[in-house]
Design a protein around this ligand. Structure first.
Ligand code: SF4
Ligand code: SF4
Length: 96
């Protein structure tokens, strides 16, 4: 079991989520972050930190209507296992 980051994260530069994670399991892709499902302990600390509600328990990922985000479970797992996304533990500064 793990938490998963879905489409609303695309383009976020704020990364408020990463600083609260006790196991530092966030990884940075080109345009969004991913959670490593092998490391996430389902503490839920990151969920309220995300201003756009991009983080869900994998069992609660929206997957209907305009929120077809079920694929993000596999995307998070694949991207964090790929070795191409560096670990991120500090919040990025806003542009201004
Ligand atoms: S705060 Fe939300 S949108 Fe921003 S990087 Fe974290 S998960 Fe993505
Ligand atoms: S649920 Fe907890 S362990 Fe999992 S990514 Fe969020 S803060 Fe980290």
């Amino acid at each position: 079991m793990a938490h998963v980051i879905a489409e609303p994260c695309v383009g976020c530069k704020y990364t408020d989520c990463v600083v609260v994670c006790p196991v530092e399991c966030f990884y940075e892709g080109n345009n969004m972050l991913y959670i490593n499902p092998e490391e996430c302990i389902d503490c839920e600390a990151c969920v309220p930190e995300c201003p756009v509600e991009a983080i869900f328990h994998e069992d609660n990922l929206p997957n209907e209507g305009d929120k077809l985000w079920g694929e993000y479970r596999a995307v998070n797992a694949e991207m964090t296992a790929s070795g191409t996304c560096p670990n991120i533990t500090e919040r990025k500064e806003r542009d201004q």
